[in-house]
Design a protein around this ligand. Structure first.
Ligand code: WTA
Length: 654
């Protein structure tokens, strides 16, 4: 997309200063933030090294800070040794052994509390179970589980012995699971009989069995958590129940000390090609990001009850469920199910009953709950809440104001956090006691984060409100370390556009007169459907894999609640259905995509055409397709179309 075509349409003038009552107890006040910013600008490496020394418990302290010799492959704190699980659990045992680490609530209403001492014991046991199954440092373990304390146990246990976990969201299909297991070359799969969401059982073990039946030859064993209680087949020699695996093992497990750069996890995410990429994160740098953002952005205090609603299948659930809250000794809420069970008041009910003080969710959830009316939240006592957050996609000012008024009761600051799977933790977000907020803006970069907006040539855009590419000019400790098994793709995706000079986020943005960042959307073919990241190419390849589909193009269509909806244009092998309507086939294709990727990728609309619109050089005219999906008037040049009649077909008018 050319920079001059990136136009910003938002002009939001409202400014919300942090309330005095909040500022009084805030960890970081305005002058402290200014000092931090100055230190970071003066000496970027020293700034991060200081924090790393202060915030991480090292087994062996580091002496090297940033190693850029193989840029854009960066190493941070290279000669240090640590263990992430030690930092999340053991170091809290002295003062916080009896403190609740996790308040878990199942969709059915069952509540379980786990203290730091108990979590430490469970993690040690499970780590020993992993060892007994032959899992060693560097082995990959895929986790395909429902939201339950055990998923955190599994992740922490991997970290404890230096195994690299890769969590696959429970909503992904058997096929997606298989692709990820194979790409990671995983030795073990950890799953559950089933999960519950929206009152329905999610057949995790069934999908796992299907995935393994199709390939996954590296998998040696499967550990299965009993959660839903349904009957499932267990393959002898391969499958073992979680409760059996931890039966005769010690509850002590010495952590394996790993180098700072040892991969903590892989997390697959969508990009602009068909194949999801395994984003690789480090141990020390990643941990540091999770800790400092818990402190700066979430202002975490010892008596807070922190709740991030994200599933651990996404990066938000890694940094702000599995690692950040524990590494800062916090108490967190973890909820298994959907926000609308038994009704749309469930989130507010949980906030009230557990006394949640910090609540972090996605704009899509806010919009969905906003639609249900103001009466629902009004029924609940939300007076304990002191800070709200959002993540995953731009939040529209209307939803921001509703969140501010009806949930925050005009008292709680809202921190709109911009970040990505690749960035490891928040990069641009208001530090709530120090930065005034504007509805729809993620405000200013955190200290030590050199974010900027540049034009097509890579020059910094100095004129306010002029759109361009969002880039990060300097490496930061919690940045991704690569794409698993695909070094070239790492460079091509994130660095090549501006000659390896800076990290290219793939988003477009602009800065306003105050230097505030406004994220405008993706510059590539990535969709954000209900905050979930999906590649259009990924959905296209799934469609084309269907025997009747010759060609497919997928674009996002603006959606009031989901942000974007999946809109597919399909060219069939053989004749187009009469009038472009074939309900049976449409149903079949939607089910097909669900099977190939998962329900989140299922197209909302499918239109059939004789051809797809292409430029002279044969590129699909995606902008045109996006305008059509949005129901906008066509302003693009369509003279290259061989057959103008297909325009009517694409529009659903013929
Ligand atoms: C988008 C989620 C606007 C953005 C943590 C980014 C946002 C992508 C925001 C990463 C925000 C995330 N405002 N857009 N506060 N947060 N995004 O990897 O397009 O699932 O590139 O990570 O989400 O999505 P991912």
């Amino acid at each position: 997309m050319a920079a001059q075509t990136i136009e910003s349409v938002l002009h939001e003038q409202r400014l919300f200063q942090p309330a005095a009552a909040f500022v009084e107890h805030a960890r970081i006040k305005k002058h402290e933030l200014e000092t931090f910013q100055q230190q970071a600008v003066q000496d970027h490496e020293k700034f991060w090294a200081g924090l790393a020394r202060e915030q991480i418990s090292w087994h062996k302290p580091f002496t090297q800070i940033l190693d850029s010799r193989r840029a854009p492959h960066f190493r941070w704190f290279g000669d240090g040794l640590l263990n992430v699980s030690y930092n999340c659990l053991d170091r809290n045992l002295k003062d916080k052994a009896g403190k609740t680490a996790i308040i878990f609530e199942g969709e059915q209403g069952d509540v379980r509390r786990v203290t730091y001492a108990e979590l430490h014991r469970d993690v040690c046991r499970f780590a020993n179970a992993l060892k007994a199954k032959g899992i060693k440092k560097g082995d990959r373990v895929v986790i395909y589980m429902p939201m339950a304390p055990e998923v955190v146990v599994a992740m922490q246990a991997c970290a404890r012995i230096g195994a690299i976990h890769s969590v696959v969201f429970g909503g992904f299909s058997a096929q997606s699971l298989k692709d990820r297991i194979e790409d990671a070359g995983a030795k073990m799969l950890i799953t559950a009989d089933g999960g519950t969401r929206g009152g329905k059982v999610i057949e995790l073990k069934l999908a796992a069995d299907q995935a393994l039946a199709k390939g996954c030859s590296t998998i040696e064993s499967v550990i299965v958590l009993k959660r839903s209680g349904q009957t499932i087949p267990m393959q002898s020699g391969r499958d073992v129940w979680w409760h059996d695996a931890v039966k005769n093992v010690s509850d002590q497990c010495e952590p394996v000390w790993v180098e700072s750069e040892h991969p903590l996890f892989l997390l697959y995410t969508s990009g602009s090609t068909g194949k999801p990429k395994g984003i690789q994160h480090s141990s020390a740098g990643y941990l540091l990001g999770a800790i400092v953002t818990m402190q700066w952005v979430f202002d975490i205090h010892d008596d807070d009850i922190f709740w991030c609603t994200a599933d651990v299948g996404w990066v938000t659930g890694h940094s702000y469920v599995a690692y950040g809250p524990l590494a800062t000794g916090a108490t967190m809420v973890m909820y298994e199910g959907a926000p609308t069970i038994p009704d749309g008041g469930r989130f507010w009910d949980i906030c009230q009953r557990h006394g949640v003080t910090i609540f972090y969710t996605a704009p899509t959830a806010i919009r969905g709950l906003m639609k249900l009316g103001d009466d629902l939240p009004a029924k609940y006592d939300l007076s304990k809440l002191r800070l709200l957050g959002t993540v995953g996609e731009p939040i529209n000012p209307e939803a921001w104001m509703w969140y501010h008024k009806h949930i925050g009761r005009e008292r709680c600051p809202i921190t709109d956090t911009w970040w990505q799977t690749e960035t490891g933790a928040h990069l641009i977000a208001p530090i709530p006691g120090a930065v005034a907020t504007k509805p729809g803006s993620c405000t200013l970069p955190l200290p030590g984060i050199a974010a900027d907006v540049v034009d097509e040539e890579g020059n910094s855009i100095t004129q306010p409100n002029q759109g361009g590419y969002l880039v990060i000019r300097k490496p930061w400790p919690f940045m991704l370390r690569g794409i698993w098994g695909d070094e070239q793709r790492y460079i091509d995706t994130y660095w090549k556009k501006f000659n390896n000079k800076y990290y290219v986020a793939g988003d477009t943005a602009h800065k306003d007169e105050d230097g505030y960042f406004w994220i405008m959307g993706r510059a590539d073919d990535v969709l954000k459907v209900s905050g979930h990241r999906l590649g259009t190419m990924e959905i296209e390849s799934a469609l084309v894999a269907h025997p009747r589909v010759a060609e497919a193009a997928v674009v996002g269509k603006p959606d009031e609640i989901k942000g974007e909806a999946v809109f597919a244009y399909v060219v069939l092998k053989g004749a187009r259905p009469t009038g472009g309507v074939d309900e049976a086939l449409t149903k079949e294709l939607r089910a097909w995509v669900t099977e190939q990727i998962g329900p989140i990728a299922r197209p909302d609309d499918i239109r059939y055409a004789d051809n797809l619109p292409k430029t002279r050089s044969g590129k699909i005219m995606r902008r045109l397709l996006r305008s059509i999906a949005a129901g906008e008037a066509i302003t693009q040049d369509t003279s290259t179309l061989e057959n103008e009649a297909i325009l009517l077909q694409l529009q659903g008018k013929a």
